[in-house]
Ligand binder design. Structure first.
Ligand code: ADP
Ligand code: MG
Length: 603
């Protein structure tokens, strides 16, 4: 038996429709902000109580709504912004559907208070679940205030699927920041639970607004790009590679004054950064894009968050090209300020600090460290520091005496200089305008990765022979893999011979690395190659290099001498992608001196 078709009661229908426009508290707040901007507001105040859960409001000084139109504004498909379907093609307002106010009203307790310039007083209506429950007059200067309480109180199912309140508040702050960037000429105030979060006066430029949002020192570092061509205009403030994030959260994309998501634009931005960023890192940037209104479709989704370009390729190439220009100037990122006697500025840095202690090694034939940084030097047997190395020892199928115990000390006495190790994990190095904090493992991984790639494509690295060749039984699958990648490992300095399966003999290991457990290290490197995804041949070298780097790099917990730290930092900034390790994790963060001055009230 089939169910008969019935018309839904109006109330049910409007709640369902409301669900499309108002997915979450943030969407309601965003609609109110967009309405205020459409009304020509010069100043907007957003108030939030208990992270949007209890109440929020948006007040503006825009054109206002006439008293006799207040209830009309709450009707579905009632709008002052669109008179005919043709106008959809030359839209200059953020709103056009006439759906926001009725949708919010259907699922909340709302008060709409407004006064147009000419009116003698302000008028208000209060609505609950879409029904007007009160109207009257009130005092207010020109403009409109929309107050929303108890959102979704009559749609309990929706309430259940909401984000955490703090997550919603964070999203709301981000939305307001984005619109503040979209309209620098508008003043903004944001109040949370009665306390002012920020108040930004109208700004004269994009950069001035960026300074209000992120602080002057950050805004100063942003690179600028602008272009006008045909009906297109692009303006961008681009974050340095070190500001990149693991998500697109650092991107604010503004198209024709509208805050949007656009995969095409995000990709163009990523393209502009090229190999300044490792995979998995997303640039932080604001892009203001203007396109001819008839080349933009904003009517893709009820929340208007997505847009489509009629000429996607044009948009991509314009944005990618214009943003790439200022980025072309930023390698290297900055110079490390050395202590007395060390080289000061890049690119001479690695020269200056690497040579002085060990010119012999620099010229040394095929040292795996590329002759630049003999990080590890032999330490006499029985040295208490040898315990450091044995701490890394893990059971190996065949145990061999560790013929050479190495650690990260220098034969030469450490020079005085401003470089410190923190918790044996981070290196603190002063740079011209502040301090960089380097993750020693991630940094070394990046260095070794690039060196390994070079080795794999070029000159074979030297191998350090083991006093006692190590016999190792590998798991069957690893034995097979070794047959496949053996040549590559040889390039990196391994001297390994396959015997009858599953036994191999290790006669030498890459120079300059910890070799206390060669069998174990070999297994780890092989495991790492497998873990790194599909086996497309063009990626095999990268995977070999990445695994090699990961397992041979110094680790958190390894003590480093000042000299070794200095060389590590110099070498990091001499790599092609100093900002991230091969997994896309950042290798360093930077603290600005000006920021410290500001925090200590010096400026
Ligand atoms: P839309 O923005 O798509 O027109 P809304 O439901 O958001 O639809 O708003 C309906 C109408 O109410 C708007 O077209 C506008 O005329 C009026 N309105 C809403 N908010 C404001 C405001 N803050 N100031 C002036 N008018 C407003
Ligand atoms: Mg609207």
């Amino acid at each position: 038996m089939s169910a008969s078709i019935r018309r839904l009661p109006a109330e049910t229908a409007s709640r369902i429709a409301a669900g499309e426009v108002i997915e979450r508290p943030l969407s309601a707040l965003k609609e109110l902000v967009e309405n205020a901007l459409d009304a020509g507001a010069r100043s907007i105040e957003v108030r939030v109580e208990r992270a949007l859960d209890a109440q929020f409001s948006v007040a503006d000084d825009g054109v206002g709504i006439a008293a006799d139109e207040l209830e009309l504004a709450l009707e579905r498909h009632a709008t002052s912004k669109l008179a005919s379907v043709e106008e959809l093609d030359r839209l200059s307002t953020l709103g056009f559907r006439g759906e926001a106010l009725p949708s919010i009203a259907a699922v909340s307790r709302m008060k709409l208070l407004s006064r147009p310039e000419a009116a003698e007083a302000a008028a208000f209506v209060r609505v609950e679940g879409g029904e007007v429950v009160e109207h009257g007059l009130a005092a207010r200067s020109r403009g409109t205030t929309v107050e929303v309480r108890d959102l979704f109180h009559n749609t309990p199912a929706r309430r259940k699927f909401l984000n955490s309140p703090t997550g919603e508040l964070r999203a709301a702050l981000r939305m307001v920041e984005s619109y503040a960037l979209a309209r620098p000429g508008t003043g903004w105030r944001f109040v949370v639970d009665g306390r002012e979060r920020f108040a930004w006066a109208p700004a004269g430029s994009h950069r001035e607004r960026a300074a209000q949002v992120w602080g002057a020192s950050h805004a100063e570092q942003l690179l600028e790009a602008t272009l006008q061509r045909g009906g297109y205009a692009v303006s961008a403030l681009l974050g340095l590679p070190e500001h990149a994030r693991a998500t697109r959260e650092g991107q604010v994309l503004l198209v024709n004054g509208r805050w949007v998501q656009s995969p095409a634009l995000s990709q163009a931005l990523r393209h502009a950064y090229g190999n300044l960023l490792p995979t998995g890192r997303f640039p932080a940037a604001v892009v203001w894009l203007t396109v001819p209104p008839d080349r933009l479709d904003v009517n893709v989704h009820p929340t208007k968050r997505e847009v489509r370009f009629a000429d996607e390729d044009t948009v991509f190439s314009i944005v990618a090209a214009v943003c790439a220009q200022p980025l072309a100037t930023i390698h290297p990122p900055f110079a490390v300020v050395g202590g007395p006697g060390t080289g000061a500025t890049y690119p001479a840095a690695s020269e200056a600090s690497g040579v002085s202690t060990s010119p012999r090694v620099r010229e040394g034939a095929g040292d795996i460290s590329g002759g630049q940084m003999p990080l590890l030097l032999p330490v006499a047997g029985g040295d208490p520091r040898a315990e450091l190395s044995s701490a890394f020892a893990a059971p190996s199928p065949v145990t061999v005496p560790a013929p050479v115990v190495r650690e990260f000390a220098d034969a030469a006495a450490p020079r005085e200089g401003e470089i410190w190790q923190l918790h044996r994990t981070y290196i603190l190095a002063p740079v011209r305008d502040g301090l960089v904090i380097v993750d020693q493992h991630a940094a070394h991984e990046r260095i070794l990765f690039e060196e390994a790639l070079e080795r794999l494509r070029g000159v074979r690295a030297a191998s350090q022979g083991l006093l006692f060749p190590a016999l190792v039984d590998l798991p069957r699958s690893r034995f097979e893999l070794l047959l496949e990648v053996g040549e590559h490992l040889k390039q990196l300095g391994w001297d390994v011979m396959a015997m009858s399966p599953p036994t191999v003999v290790i006669r030498g290991v890459p120079g300059a690395f910890r070799i206390e457990q060669p069998g174990h290290l070999l297994e780890q490197v092989l495991d790492g190659i497998v873990e790194r995804g599909p086996t497309a041949q063009d990626q095999l070298l990268e995977r070999v290099a990445a695994s090699h780097a990961c397992h041979t790099a110094i680790r958190a917990g390894d003590p480093l001498s000042p000299e070794a730290m200095r060389r590590l930092v110099d070498r990091l900034f001499a790599t092609s992608l100093p900002h991230g390790d091969p997994h896309g994790r950042p290798t360093f963060v930077r603290l600005e001196l000006s920021d410290l001055h500001r925090r200590f009230g010096r400026s």
